[in-house]
Design a protein. Structure first.
Length: 168
């Protein structure tokens, strides 16, 4: 049985409202983090990961942040530039570069707000395996349908131009 046009519109509307709520939640959290810390939520998310487990490689940070190594590398470069994190060769394996929090980074993490990625990841992980699979399938289908698959995924708002931040 096929849904009536009105029913399909109501479902589309409900989905769009839910997506708007999520995007608004992310944008408000980004602004709060920027106002409180002067960082993006992606940068603070990486700092939290380093606070949980010091001395991580780029690959390990990518795994912990559920993103790709090139995105994490960009974020880490900014954190190193701001002297919130440091890079150093591993003491046990000279081929390995480890990223750690600096004293300034540790101090910032103590007073920083919670990042939205943590709440989202926890909520998704609490879903049943079937609901998680349905969510992934639905979001991937939507991304493909609107052409968003052609856009390289980065960490939250990290790939937006710096000029955006100056306009506020």
């Amino acid at each position: 049985m096929r849904a009536s046009p009105r029913r399909r519109d109501a479902s589309a509307g409900a989905a769009l409202v839910a997506l708007r709520r999520i995007v608004r939640y992310l944008r408000l959290a980004d602004r709060e983090v920027e106002n409180v810390c002067g960082l993006s939520v992606a940068q603070l998310f990486v700092l939290y990961q380093l606070d949980d487990t010091p001395s991580l490689s780029i690959a390990e940070l990518a795994e912990r942040t559920l993103t790709d190594p090139s995105s994490v590398s960009t974020v880490v470069a900014r954190l190193v530039e701001e002297k919130l994190a440091s890079r150093a060769p591993s003491r046990t394996d000279r081929r390995r570069v480890e990223i750690s929090l600096t004293a300034r980074g540790k101090k910032l993490v103590l007073t920083a707000p919670r990042v939205p990625q943590v709440a989202m990841i926890e909520s998704i992980r609490e879903m049943s395996p079937k609901k998680r699979a349905d969510l992934v399938r639905s979001l991937e289908g939507l991304a493909a349908a609107i052409g968003a698959n052609a856009v390289e995924p980065r960490m939250l708002f990290e790939d937006e131009p710096a000029a955006r931040k100056r306009r506020r």
